[in-house]
Write a protein that binds this ligand. Structure first.
Ligand SMILES: N[C@@H](CCC(=O)N[C@@H](CS)C(=O)NCC(=O)O)C(=O)O
Length: 220
């Protein structure tokens, strides 16, 4: 199995399946393409008609584009990637879909940049609203997990799941742009940043040298 990804410093969508697959010990090879270069589109077109990464290449299933489709597909084979409890699993799917199709202001104004550390950034009200909403959402997930007696590892639904992989780039953003956050959020961020698969992704991103000017925001 191969996973095609973009620059690890910047590609938030690539981060999600890579982190989840690494965390769950799935055997795969990483193919990294340099985002937005002519070679990116040329090389990608050899595999898929999708113009975006991530893409999963599976001998049996073919090429699967889109982070959510990739993780849903893998979870059929590795059901431990979702919470075991059906209520928590439904909620985990719901928050992933909300991340996938929402939080546009935060995503647009605060590009993921693993090299950015505590940068000062002017944000709009819409972005501040997204930041507040994501923190409430995380809190809701953890309260529901506690109520239903889910795992106690401190992740959104107890044990690490696809939902945490989906929000990993948000953790990088909150840290990178010195956003003031609530104590439970800070606790969750620390846990996530110390999670080996997340730390490995961040280290690989920080070691890259490519600069994407459009994703470099904030004052260092
Ligand atoms: N919804 C897609 C989004 C994928 C996406 O936008 N990927 C970016 C990199 S993070 C990309 O490949 N951009 C290239 C382009 O838009 O030309 C997913 O979840 O995989």
């Amino acid at each position: 199995m191969q996973l095609i990804i973009g620059n690890q410093n910047y590609s938030s969508w690539s981060m999600r399946p890579w982190v989840a697959m690494t965390h769950f010990g799935i055997d795969f090879e990483t193919i990294k393409l340099r985002l937005f270069t002519p070679e990116f589109y040329q090389q990608l077109s050899a595999y898929t008609s999708a113009n975006t990464v991530p893409v999963l290449i599976d001998k049996k299933l073919g090429c699967i584009a889109d982070s959510l489709a990739i993780l849903e597909t893998l979870a059929e084979q590795y059901p431990q990637m979702w919470p075991q409890d059906p209520v928590l699993r439904a909620q985990a799917r719901s928050v992933c879909a909300r991340m996938h199709s929402g939080f546009f202001a935060m995503r647009g104004e605060m590009p993921m940049n693993c090299r950015a550390q505590q940068r000062q950034l002017q944000i709009t009200d819409a972005c501040a609203k997204d930041i507040a909403a994501v923190q409430s959402l995380w809190q809701e997930c953890r309260e529901l997990t506690a109520k239903l007696g889910g795992g106690s590892d401190g992740y959104l639904f107890g044990d690490f799941s696809i939902a945490d992989a989906f929000f990993a780039p948000v953790v990088i953003r909150l840290q990178g742009y010195a956003v003031s956050t609530t104590p439970p959020t800070q606790q969750y961020m620390q846990l996530m940043l110390a999670t080996p698969a997340v730390a490995a992704w961040v280290a690989a991103g920080q070691a890259e040298e490519d600069i994407l000017a459009q994703d470099e925001v904030g004052i260092k």
